[in-house]
Design a protein around this ligand. Structure first.
Ligand SMILES: Nc1ncnc2c1ncn2[C@@H]1O[C@H](COP(=O)(O)OP(=O)(O)O)[C@@H](O)[C@H]1O
Ligand SMILES: [Mg+2]
Length: 214
């Protein structure tokens, strides 16, 4: 829009090892969400290469990308993005439905187990607007986990939560990471970012720091 072209990401080179916990930080407009969308196979860069598990994903068609997203990647957002008219359990069932799990007891049990793993075994028949922010984010994490992805992508997961609720959510992330999940999380909050093993700082679409939290 307006004058000239905006390069959301420039000369970006990043290598993520399985099992890492990375915080992506930087001011608004620095390219964090664009990077997450590329990593999550929701967007493609205009030039460059992206290898996921050694496979060049930029040549894949939309069907293959959808398959990768639903089996390998769990997404978590600042605004939870739950479906308002569905209760917590049904929200968590959605990715199972997309992955072809037939209706029935097993599907419900998988959704219940995911909710239980994030500490939510009560209120699972309530709709999002009947749950607190922290509970809604737990439902969203359960939904991200239910297909057992190896990668969790979280864009400002604590941005809408108070401090102590944010800490509870971070404790869930730390446990998931200990259990072997690769976590890539965008945050504005230095304290939240310091939960990660590695911080990547962006400015104007470029990496200006990549290393241990400091
Ligand atoms: N769909 C879009 N069309 C045009 N420009 C965009 C679009 N999305 C983001 N941008 C621009 O790309 C840059 C990076 O945006 P974004 O990745 O959303 O940053 P962040 O998440 O760090 O706030 C910004 O200059 C933004 O205005
Ligand atoms: Mg953003």
């Amino acid at each position: 829009m307006g004058s000239g072209e905006i390069c959301a990401l420039v000369d970006l080179d990043i290598h993520v090892v399985g099992g890492d916990f990375i915080a992506i930080m930087g001011p608004s407009g620095s390219g964090k969400s664009t990077l997450m969308n590329i990593i999550g196979c929701l967007d493609k860069p205009s030039t460059g290469q992206y290898l996921l598990d050694g496979k060049d994903v930029l040549n894949l068609d939309e069907n293959c990308l959808a398959g990768i997203r639903s089996s390998k990647i769990g997404f978590i957002f600042q605004t939870f993005n739950l479906i308002p008219r569905m209760n917590a359990l049904n929200n968590v069932e959605m990715p199972l439905i997309y992955n072809g799990h037939p209706k029935g007891k097993e599907r419900i049990m998988l959704a219940e187990a995911a909710l239980e793993s994030v500490g939510l075994s009560e209120r699972i028949y309530h709709k999002p607007n009947e749950l607190s922010g922290g509970q809604q984010q737990r439902v969203a994490i359960a939904r991200a986990l239910v297909n057992n992805p190896s990668i969790i992508l979280a864009d400002e997961p604590t941005g809408n939560l108070d401090f102590s609720t944010g800490e509870e959510i971070m404790n869930i992330f730390l446990k998931l990471n200990r259990d072997g999940k690769t976590i890539i999380m965008v945050t504005h909050d230095e304290a939240v970012g310091h939960n990660a093993n590695r911080i990547v700082r962006l400015k104007d679409g470029r990496i200006i720091y990549d290393g241990k939290p400091s």
